[in-house]
Each structure stands twice: as structure tokens, then as C-alpha cells.
Design a protein. Structure first.
Length: 368
């Protein structure tokens, strides 16, 4: 005779398993962020590999290779090109500022009068020396941070390898997870996963739409005000828009640097005031994007309330950081779908009743 667990035993076993899972997650906490990035990237690339597999004589293994290796080539080539340029620009800026300070210190031989206050040469020299001593370590620290970032390849390698294995066995992992449940639950679970998948696809489409809008807008604005490299900077702004708040800020800083060093192609503004103009445009547009455009676009693509979208993104960014803000919307939507499914099962209701109802049309006639 087959023995079965009592309800008390089941509760104890579940509680112990939950504790073990919690301790395990706490132990691997440093891996959560890299693994999340790897999973999101593999999830994004999977449809491309699945589509290539449909072509004759292309197996899924070759489809993964055709998608994965060009992706990592672009991923590695982009920062390896941009970071040395950025480090060189910072060094150039450091040298120029220090040169200006030295020239001012050497040329100002007379006391300076500002708003009725006379500043002697000695006082001005002390101020300039203090500014030079303050600026130099800060600039050197910034350069060291960038150089350290460019040489830190360990996590990048871990993420890239994880992306490959997840991409190569994405369908297998999905089938394995569904197979953990009883045959009676597998049909509902498959439908739930498809519903969650549609939510994440909507999020990706909304993100791509935002990137396209921001890229095109800043290309047009850059060309209109004569910003050198407007097309490249606009494309970079669109690409970095995937990262809430931080990405556009980086693009804005780079554009301000270009405006300060190169100036406008035809606007009658000094380089300083042109950089102020570019910075102001980025600040205004990014605020409009955060407060209005992103909630509107994501709300439509994911069928979510725009106010909830705004609160979720800002709250996640403030509490958990940039990565959480990046994925909070599909996570919230997915949790809501799972919660609806669990509630329906607990109440012994059909989880898909509202979805299976066909909307009535005005021209529909009752059956006779």
C-alpha cells in the first residue's frame, strides 16, 4: 500500500524548502544581477535564432551561432572603441584646464576688483593653486575608474558564456520547467507562460520604440543646432535610452563635451554657451521622457496604467537601482498574471474565462 504525507508533513517540507531556497538566493546574491542581464539578453536573441532555424539546412545550433557571435562581436567592439576615446578626452580636458589655471596665475599681476572687493595677486594665486590641487586628483581618479572598467573582463566573460548556454537550450529549459508539474497542470502552465511571454515581448517592443523615437529626435535636433557628430550622438542617445535615467545622462554628458570642444557649425554662440544649450535640451527632453513619453509608450505596449508605469520605474530606480528600473514593468505585469492564475485556482475558477470570451459586435444576431 502506497503511503502518503499528512498535511502537516507537507507544510513542514514546503517551509524547509522555502528556507533552503532563501538561503541559496542570499548566498548567490552577487550573481543575480549578471545572471539577470544574461537571461534578458538570451531572451531577446532567442526569437532571432528561432526564426533562422526555419530556413532550410540551418539547424538550431547553427542559428544560435549566427546570432550569438555577431552579437558579442558588436558588444565587445563598441566599448573597446569608445572607452579609449573617452579617456583621451578627459586627459585633454584635464591638461587644458590646468594650462588655463597656470596662464591666469602667470598673467594676473595686478589686483582684481570684483563688485568693490579687491583681491590681491597672492590671494588669487592661492585660490588657483587650491583649484589646481583639487581638480587634478579628481580627474586622475576619473581616468583610473574608466581604465579599471575597461580592463575588468571577468564578469563580462561570465555573462557572455551564460548567454550562449541559455540561448542554446532555451526551449529545453522551458520544457523541463513545465515537465516538473503534473500532466493536468501542464496545459494551463503552458498558456500562462505564453501570456507572460507576450507581456515581455510587448515590453521589448515598447523599449525599441522608445529608443527609435529618442534617436531620431536627437539626430534632428543635433543637425538643427549644428552639433558636430549629430547623427552618431543621436544614435548613441537612442541606444542608451534602454537604461532609465543613467543612459540618457551619459549621452547628454558626451554631447555637452562635444559642444564645448567643437562648438556649433553655424549658430553664433561661443563654445561655452553652446554646451549650455545642448545640456539644457537634454535635461528638458529627458524630463519629458521620464514623466510623459516612457509611461505613455510602455502603457500602450503593455496595456498598463501610465501612472503605475511612472511610479514603478521611479520607485525601482530609487530603491533597487538601474537594473531594477530596467525590468520592473514586465516583472510587475508578470507577477500580476501569476497572481491572477493562483487566485483562480484557489477559488476553483477558470483562469482564462475572461480571455476566452469573444467580444460581441454590433452586427451580431442571435442564433435562430
Amino acid at each position: 500500500m502506497r503511503s502518503s504525507w499528512t498535511p502537516t508533513t507537507r507544510i513542514v517540507i514546503i517551509a524547509v524548502l522555502l528556507i533552503i531556497v532563501g538561503l541559496f538566493i542570499n548566498a548567490i546574491r552577487p550573481l543575480i544581477a549578471p545572471m539577470t542581464v544574461a537571461a534578458l539578453t538570451a531572451y531577446t536573441l532567442y526569437p532571432l535564432a528561432a526564426r533562422l532555424e526555419k530556413y532550410p539546412r540551418i539547424t538550431y545550433k547553427w542559428a544560435v551561432a549566427l546570432v550569438y557571435f555577431p552579437f558579442i562581436g558588436i558588444l565587445i567592439a563598441t566599448p573597446s572603441t569608445l572607452i579609449p576615446i573617452l579617456v583621451g578626452e578627459i586627459r585633454t580636458l584635464t591638461n587644458e584646464v590646468l594650462l588655463i589655471l597656470d596662464q591666469l596665475q602667470a598673467q594676473l599681476a595686478q589686483p582684481v576688483s570684483v563688485l568693490g572687493l579687491t583681491i590681491s595677486q597672492e590671494q588669487l594665486a592661492d585660490f588657483l593653486n587650491s583649484a589646481s590641487e583639487t581638480f587634478t586628483p579628481a580627474a586622475e581618479d576619473a581616468i583610473q575608474v574608466l581604465e579599471a572598467t575597461s580592463t575588468s573582463l571577468l564578469w563580462l566573460i561570465v555573462i557572455l558564456v551564460t548567454i550562449y548556454f541559455l540561448l542554446a537550450d532555451w526551449q529545453g529549459l522551458r520544457d523541463w520547467f513545465i515537465g516538473l508539474f503534473t500532466e493536468g497542470e501542464q496545459k494551463d502552465l503552458t498558456r500562462l507562460i505564453e501570456q507572460i511571454d507576450a507581456t515581455w515581448r510587448g515590453y521589448l517592443r515598447g523599449t525599441l520604440a522608445l529608443m527609435f523615437i529618442m534617436g531620431i529626435f536627437f539626430i534632428i535636433v543635433g543637425l538643427a543646432i549644428g552639433l558636430p557628430g549629430a547623427v552618431a550622438l543621436g544614435l548613441l542617445t537612442g541606444l542608451l535610452s534602454i537604461i532609465p535615467e543613467l543612459g540618457p545622462t551619459i549621452a547628454g554628458v558626451l554631447s555637452a563635451f562635444v559642444a564645448f570642444f567643437e562648438g556649433s557649425s553655424y549658430l553664433p554662440l561661443s563654445n561655452f554657451w553652446f554646451a549650455i544649450l545642448v545640456t539644457g535640451i537634454y535635461i528638458v527632453v529627458m524630463q519629458a521622457k521620464a514623466l510623459w513619453l516612457r509611461p505613455l509608450v510602455m502603457g500602450r505596449f503593455m496595456h498598463m496604467n501610465t501612472g503605475l508605469v511612472f511610479i514603478a520605474i521611479i520607485g525601482a530606480a530609487l530603491i533597487w537601482g538601474v537594473l531594477a528600473a530596467l525590468i520592473i514593468l514586465p516583472v510587475v505585469a508578470s507577477v500580476g498574471q501569476i497572481g491572477h492564475y493562483i487566485r483562480a485556482k484557489l477559488l476553483d475558477e477558470d483562469p482564462w474565462a475572461s480571455m476566452d470570451k469573444k467580444p460581441e459586435t454590433k452586427n451580431s444576431q442571435p442564433a435562430t
